[in-house]
Write a protein that binds this ligand. Structure first.
Ligand code: DOR
Ligand code: ZN
Length: 363
């Protein structure tokens, strides 16, 4: 039995408020515990988006009632809320800036809209950028100009990881995360649609593989693996949408990931592609430092390193009802999660009540 510290996922979409048919704080934090996570940081692209005091309170109220593991809630950077967002920095998980195409309404296209956020958001609180390719380069330049740390979400491309490496070597305060799906899937896994589409049939397969950032080439995937030392965190970007939505004419981007991240990564440990100290650094120590998260006393995860089994959506706690890794054979299973002295999960069962989870920014 392997004992790990409580894992931290700094990037999840729990869909509350506004889309609780996909997920809510109850099912999302249950999925987190089943996956070995004891802290999750929730993104602000909800309905309504979280961008001021009242919407932040709305999300935190839901979390307080329903969360089973500890949590934080991001505030979103909008065109006119830099001052308000900065004033809420102490209560939010961090500021999320959507600088590229995404799901939802929060998006800052024009760089003049970035400036007030870089100026005002307090430097000691985390700023996370959804930025891809050249937009990412611009975001790193802003971080250098304003001399404040920036965390780059879901790095997926070779050109991105190489630029981050170079920026770190120059002393720029940039950190980054990579999602398991960008380490285990590539463009080659996207099935081509039947043509013409059968009458009355929605799309199949290729809609399920929609995600932002998109699945990249094998060369990009290899570059991420080769630059493992540049990656600060693994983050799932858990983005549940129902199967009906994914198979529809207009499939929303996103994969669930909370319950598959650790088994997938542990499998690569068993293949000597990753080490346990690496895994602990990227799923506990580094995110705790980067996001200034509190210690969780008497908290740990027990893993059966030798358990071999198939991933099955039917055994998951996420409400979305599917996984892009259906049927994958993995090695390493979460047996038990103890959170602040209480057994929260054991042998496939959630044992902790809704509302046990605490806000990591409560003080
Ligand atoms: O695939 C994605 N899904 N990328 C995003 O940026 C947003 C997310 C979502 O909220 O569904
Ligand atoms: Zn996301």
């Amino acid at each position: 039995m392997l004992k790990l510290p409580g894992l931290i996922d700094p990037h999840v979409h729990l869909r509350e408020p506004g889309a609780t048919h996909k997920e809510d704080f109850d099912t999302g934090t249950s999925a987190a515990l089943a996956g070995g996570f004891t802290i999750v940081l929730a993104m602000p692209n909800t309905k309504p988006p979280i961008f001021d005091a009242s919407t932040l309170e709305l999300a935190l109220d839901g979390a307080k009632q329903k969360a089973r593991c500890d949590y934080g809630q991001y505030i979103g950077a909008g065109p006119g809320n830099a001052e308000i967002a900065a004033s809420l920095a102490g209560t939010a998980a961090g500021l999320k800036m959507y600088l590229d195409s995404t799901f939802g309404e929060l998006r800052l296209d024009d760089m003049t809209l970035w400036q007030p956020h870089f100026e005002k958001y307090p430097k000691q609180f985390p700023l996370v950028a959804h930025s891809e390719s050249r937009t990412m380069a611009a975001a790193i330049l802003f971080s250098a100009l304003y001399d404040r740390p920036i965390h780059i979400a879901h790095v997926s491309l070779k050109e991105e990881i190489l630029l981050i490496k170079a920026a770190k070597e120059k002393g720029i305060k940039v950190t980054c995360e990579v999602c398991p799906h960008h380490l285990f899937l590539s463009k080659d896994d996207i099935p081509s649609p039947p043509s013409p589409l059968p009458e009355g049939e929605g799309r199949r397969g290729e809609g399920r593989m929609e995600v932002r950032p998109r699945l990249a080439t094998k060369e990009d995937v290899d570059a991420l693996w080769r630059n493992m030392d540049v990656i600060d965190c693994f983050a799932t970007d858990h983005a549940p949408h129902t199967l009906a939505e994914k198979d529809s004419e207009n499939p929303p981007p996103g994969f669930p990931g909370l319950e598959t991240a650790l088994p997938l990564l542990l499998t690569t440990v068993s293949e000597s592609r990753l080490t346990i100290p690496d895994l602990i650094a990227k799923m506990h120590t580094n995110p705790r430092k980067i996001f200034h998260l509190p210690e969780q006393p008497e908290t740990w995860v027990e893993v059966d390193e030798n358990a071999i089994y198939e991933i099955k959506a039917s055994e998951q706690f996420t409400r979305c009802g599917w996984t892009p890794f259906e049927g994958w054979k993995v090695k390493g299973k979460v047996r038990k999660v103890v959170l602040r002295g209480k057994t929260a999960f054991e042998d496939g069962q959630i044992l902790i009540q809704a509302g046990y989870g605490q806000n990591v920014r409560r003080s």
